[in-house]
Design a binder for this molecule. Structure first.
Ligand SMILES: Nc1ncnc2c1ncn2[C@@H]1O[C@H](COP(=O)(O)OP(=O)(O)O)[C@@H](O)[C@H]1O
Ligand SMILES: [Mg+2]
Length: 208
């Protein structure tokens, strides 16, 4: 079993941190909640609707329009510029009518402190800068939920702090953030911490 049995309710605009040692199932839990994986038992409900009742098309739409993703390693397309990478989520699904895509994505690059980087290519950026591009891309379609799996796992302290502050700011704006992390500094940003403990097959919840 990749994950011990658990029951978890995530509420709007909370910053939920899933912690626990390596192999305890943090990534598995995030993948289940974010539709990247399907549970072999149990179900995941979003706004009262079970994900198992949705077809592939509906799931793809949900993922693209309501969720933003940040992983440990920043995945950017190397042959596209920084700005083109941020625009990518608009290439799938219906385009919101009133959105000036380029303008919105440039503003997002400004927001993450990379306003001057739009025309550069990913391989000219540091790891911390790449992760901020990923952050801008995750925000492109104004997600309701951001899933962040060890987002600071490959960053130095300064860049980690920048990413954590950006996540925190999104929560303050009403976005829900679900983050897996065993970085003690990062964990403190959570408004609630869930600790996965595989050995005892149990879930401990520690309010902060
Ligand atoms: N698709 C899978 N099928 C079965 N077991 C898996 C799968 N993915 C991961 N695991 C196992 O499940 C456990 C939890 O993994 P993971 O969610 O990656 O933990 P964490 O993110 O906390 O390090 C590990 O023992 C891992 O080897
Ligand atoms: Mg993991």
């Amino acid at each position: 079993m990749a994950l011990a049995p658990l029951s978890l309710v995530v509420v709007e605009a909370e910053f939920l941190v899933v912690t626990g040692r390596s192999g305890s199932g943090k990534s598995t839990l995030l993948n289940l909640l974010s539709t990247l994986d399907k549970p072999s038992h149990g179900e995941v409900m979003l706004n009262g609707v079970s994900l198992t009742l949705m077809n592939e098309k509906q799931i793809a739409h949900l993922r693209n329009s309501c969720f933003g993703f940040i992983f440990q390693m920043p995945h950017l397309l190397p042959e596209k510029t920084v700005l083109e990478n941020v625009v990518l989520p608009f290439h799938y699904g219906k385009l919101p009518v009133e959105v000036d895509v380029e303008k919105r994505c440039s503003e997002l690059l400004d927001y993450v402190g990379l306003g001057e980087f739009g025309l550069r290519y990913p391989d000219t950026l540091s790891g911390g800068e790449m992760q901020r591009v990923v952050f801008a891309r995750a925000l492109a379609r104004r997600p309701e939920v951001i899933f962040a799996d060890e987002p600071t796992g490959s960053l130095d302290a300064g860049n980690s702090k920048k990413i954590m502050r950006l996540l925190q700011e999104q929560v303050e704006r009403g976005c829900t953030v679900i983050m897996a992390s065993h970085d003690v500094d990062a964990v403190h940003y959570g408004t609630r911490i869930v600790h996965l403990d595989k050995v005892e097959s149990s879930l401990r919840q520690e309010p902060v």
